[in-house]
Design a protein around this ligand. Structure first.
Ligand SMILES: [Mg+2]
Ligand SMILES: [Zn+2]
Length: 174
């Protein structure tokens, strides 16, 4: 069983900063084709782990994040792509205090590992920020940066790709 731990914003969907309205949900180029091939040709199963500090900041509610995540899962599902579960951290240290689930902390990955029975160190971690790459490092897995030229990155990943379709191409020959 190969699991891929995916960040949401900037990896699967466009990062529009605290995006939470379904009408703003926009899949990134290469996401459908990439996830489809990663799943069907390479046998990956997908878990999404995302920081949603917009909840701690009072910008949107937990139920809105749930609705949004369900809609994303539904849209991917319409193309045969199965997301096992979306885990999110609703906290922010300045507003809600410290927690164990805000990336790069490993809380949500450990929870997923328990639920689905995988070893975090055998996972591929995909994200577009330092916190995603650091999460992968903290878990001892393979790290992939999706570089959207949106964020400055200082933690070196194992691979850098432009989108998920490119990630498939790289992992297919690894
Ligand atoms: Mg992101
Ligand atoms: Zn948290």
């Amino acid at each position: 069983m190969k699991f891929m731990i995916l960040d949401r914003d900037g990896v699967i969907i466009k990062d529009k900063h605290y995006v939470h309205l379904v009408e703003d949900l926009e899949l990134l180029p290469g996401a459908l084709s990439g996830l489809g091939k990663l799943q069907n040709k390479l046998g990956f199963r997908f878990v999404v782990v995302t920081n949603q500090a917009g909840i701690a900041r009072g910008l949107y509610a937990t139920y809105e994040a749930d609705q949004f995540n369900s809609e994303m899962t539904r849209r991917l599902g319409a193309f045969g792509i199965r997301v096992e579960k979306v885990y999110f951290c609703p906290h922010h240290p300045e507003f809600t205090g410290k927690c164990d689930c805000r990336k790069p902390k490993t809380g949500l990955v450990l929870q997923a590992a328990k639920e689905f029975g995988f070893n975090p160190s055998e996972c591929v971690f995909v994200g577009d920020k330092d916190s995603d790459i650091q999460l992968g490092r903290n878990c001892g897995g393979v790290t992939v940066l999706v570089d959207n030229k949106q964020y400055a990155v200082s933690v070196a990943p194992d691979y850098i790709v432009g989108n998920l379709d490119e990630l498939y191409s790289i992992l297919a020959v690894r």
